[in-house]
Design a protein around this ligand. Structure first.
Ligand code: ADP
Ligand code: MG
Length: 355
């Protein structure tokens, strides 16, 4: 089980993770979803003890990753965005090397055999890693994470750079791993997370914007009804008239489609059908409706809305009211002087050395 409370990570004055709070139970497959730069890798690097947090706490099976890193890390297998491979080694030498490094106690030969079988790299066991395809390299990276048989697997963008066939292979492998391990994976691609995960945590600009099961998130957004209507009429007046219809939550005009004609995207309250009223009001003004369709919002829509719009939609799995506090304190964090200056300076230094 992973418990994260009030986690903050600042790089200098930049807040990369902003009061993140979540709990991941044993056996879950959870996706961190967010655009590039959202703070996914930073969060994963903190959970795995690779970097320290500025504030807050991360517990791995009850053990604080900062207080007892060795003990906490024993429970984690980590596949960073760039798999930590030694390219000049053979798969065999590399996995044996990791086995020794992790002081693994399981029977060497049969354990490594089992892992290679599971991640399907038996046929390249004696090959030099450099010469393997990206898909194989990624699976060797997964094998490395599985040595010492950790209950928790953390995988950072595990399918990035793979071709469609390799993506399907890795996905089904992750699903298989999910039967025995708690899995956290990150992705900037919604379909990826939808295909593999039971639950999704959407991260945007360091803030957790949504946290729910994929099923619930989809359900909660498909209740919101949307109509797209193409009207030939004066834009500003059309907007005003639509806004005046009871049940309309919001209306936006899209770009000009034909001369003087716009698509209007209307969101209405649940269980309200405004189409008849819309028709009456439009025709009363001698405007013309050139098209009308109702669309259900998809998870893709909610993701785009969260990550591109200015408003954040929040679906908090556990405690709705608690979220208000987090948002407030997140706002504060942006103005706050980070608590542990020494730690931040050392991070920046290590940046330079990493080049
Ligand atoms: P993601 O994995 O979601 O793409 P990251 O966690 O890598 O996002 O980055 C979050 C933010 O923190 C980004 O704005 C990134 O530029 C910044 N950042 C990440 N690592 C460092 C670092 N070592 N030094 C300074 N800024 C960083
Ligand atoms: Mg990343």
């Amino acid at each position: 089980m992973i418990e994260v409370t009030n986690l903050v990570k600042c790089y200098g004055s930049h807040v990369a993770v902003n009061h993140a709070e979540f709990t991941i139970e044993k056996g879950e497959i959870v996706g961190f979803l967010g655009p590039n730069g959202a703070g996914k890798s930073t969060t994963m690097n903190i959970l795995t003890g690779y970097i320290s947090s500025t504030k807050g706490q991360a517990l791995i099976n009850g053990v604080d990753i900062l207080d007892e890193p060795l003990k906490a890390k024993k429970d984690i297998g980590y596949l960073p965005e760039q798999p930590p491979l030694y390219l000049d080694m053979t798969v065999k030498d590399y996995l044996n090397f990791v086995y020794d490094l992790k002081k693994c106690k399981l029977p060497r030969k049969s354990h490594l055999d089992d892992i290679c079988e599971l991640v399907m790299i038996k046929d390249v066991y004696n090959r030099i890693i450099r010469n393997l395809s990206k898909g194989y390299k990624q699976r060797v990276g997964l094998a490395q994470a599985l040595i010492s048989n950790p209950p928790i697997l953390i995988l950072d963008e595990p399918t990035v750079g793979l071709d469609p066939k390799q993506i399907i292979e890795i996905r089904s492998l992750i699903k298989k791993l999910g039967k025995k391990h708690t899995v956290i994976l990150s992705s900037h691609i919604l379909s990826e997370v939808q295909a593999v995960c039971d639950r999704v945590i959407i991260i945007n600009k360091g803030l957790i914007a949504a946290d729910d099961t994929t099923e619930n998130l989809t359900k909660s957004v498909t209740n919101d009804h949307r109509i797209i209507v193409r009207i030939d009429g004066k834009k500003d007046e059309v907007l005003k008239v639509i806004k005046g219809i009871s049940g309309v939550v919001s209306v936006n005009a899209d770009m000009e489609r034909e001369k003087g004609t716009y698509d209007y995207e209307i969101e209405t309250k649940e269980d309200t059908d405004i189409r008849r009223e819309l028709f009456k009001r439009v025709s009363a003004r001698n405007w013309v409706i050139l098209g009308l369709k109702t669309t259900e919002m998809t998870l893709e829509d909610i993701f785009l809305k969260i990550t591109m719009g200015d408003s954040i939609i929040i679906k908090k799995r556990s405690d709705e009211s608690k979220y208000a506090d987090i948002v407030q304190s997140a706002g504060e964090a942006l103005n706050e002087v980070p608590e542990n200056k020494a730690e931040i300076i050392s991070d920046e230094k290590s940046d330079e050395t990493q080049g």
